[in-house]
Design a protein around this ligand. Structure first.
Ligand SMILES: N[C@@H]1[C@@H](O)[C@H](O)[C@@H](COP(=O)(O)O)O[C@@H]1O
Length: 287
């Protein structure tokens, strides 16, 4: 697992947006081979969405051949409610970009048969060949998507009862009226996230600091479901300085040094490549 630390939520968002932009452009998606991207809601990914919107407007990136799968949705909240995740995604992201709405997948928390809705979601992900990159956020209790403490690390898309802590945390979106926060949600499972070929998680703010330390400094544990990321072969967490408040100084220094060395390696590789190209050109001009 890699941990990248940036100054604040804005620079975290810029880093992740650049990262996703590079991945999608390198993948060079086409209609028959789209880039399949998993997406979260919450306040943490908003700076990433803002930066991606700017890149798409500047034509550095396109979502024409991107298919998205959102992580979760409340059960029983009307789809057009201002706090449904469906409304959130269109308000904060999809309405501002060039993605055809038919390529957006969001769980339907009002489906007549919620179990069938969850199973079909897993099936649809499979039909697209799996998720290439899953972007996630976390709750204060370390939950990824709505995989609350105690969720099976082998879980798949299903109905989940929300933890009281999550209901309290999300009341801020419902005029601080706890009774207005839905009690249940549909969510991809921990295993659904781990199945993605790459996972990137945004963690910002001091209120996420304990969760971050539990997830990366301690063992894999179902009480902090983000920790399951330790089992993933290609996982990246991008955090701001505030979110590192509970980490050991040694941990922060370690991950910062890894980034420095990685930068050096990449610079050297680029220099060698450029030198090789120049030599090739010289040989070609002599011939
Ligand atoms: N189900 C969502 C999570 O997917 C999200 O990561 C979390 C964090 O939200 P915020 O980024 O606003 O702290 O909120 C909810 O619980």
């Amino acid at each position: 697992m890699r941990l990248i630390i940036r100054e604040d939520p804005k620079t975290v968002g810029d880093y992740i947006a650049n990262y996703i932009c590079r991945r999608i452009n390198d993948f060079a998606p086409t209609p028959s081979r789209p880039f399949v991207l998993g997406l979260p809601t919450g306040s943490s990914p908003i700076p990433t969405y803002k930066a991606l919107i700017a890149m798409i407007k500047e034509k550095k990136l396109s979502f024409q051949n991107v298919v998205t799968f959102n992580m979760d949705e409340y059960v029983g909240l009307p789809r057009d409610h201002s706090e449904s995740y469906h409304t959130f995604m269109f308000r904060e992201f999809f309405s501002h970009i060039d993605i055809p709405p038919s390529q957006v997948n969001i769980l339907d928390g009002n489906a007549e048969d919620l179990i069938a809705e969850c199973n079909n979601y897993e099936q649809r992900i499979k039909e697209f060949g799996g998720i290439e990159l899953f972007l996630g956020g976390i709750g204060e209790d370390g939950h990824i998507a709505f995989n609350e403490p105690g969720s099976s690390l082998a879980s798949r898309t299903r109905i989940k009862t929300l933890a009281y802590d999550t209901i309290l945390a999300n009341a801020r979106f419902f005029n601080n009226d706890i009774s207005a926060v839905p009690r249940m949600a549909l969510t991809v499972g921990v295993a659904t996230v781990l199945d993605a070929r790459e996972v990137v998680v945004v963690v910002t703010g001091q209120r996420k600091a304990l969760a971050l330390s539990k997830a990366i400094e301690e063992g894999v544990n179902h009480l902090w479901t983000l920790s399951a990321l330790q089992m993933h072969p290609w996982a990246l967490i991008v955090a701001d300085e505030d979110a590192t408040a509970e980490l050991h100084v040694k941990t922060v220094k370690y991950f910062k040094s890894i980034e420095r060395v990685q930068d050096e390696v990449e610079r050297t590789q680029a220099e060698l490549k450029a030198r090789g190209k120049k030599a090739e050109e010289q040989v070609a001009s002599v011939n």
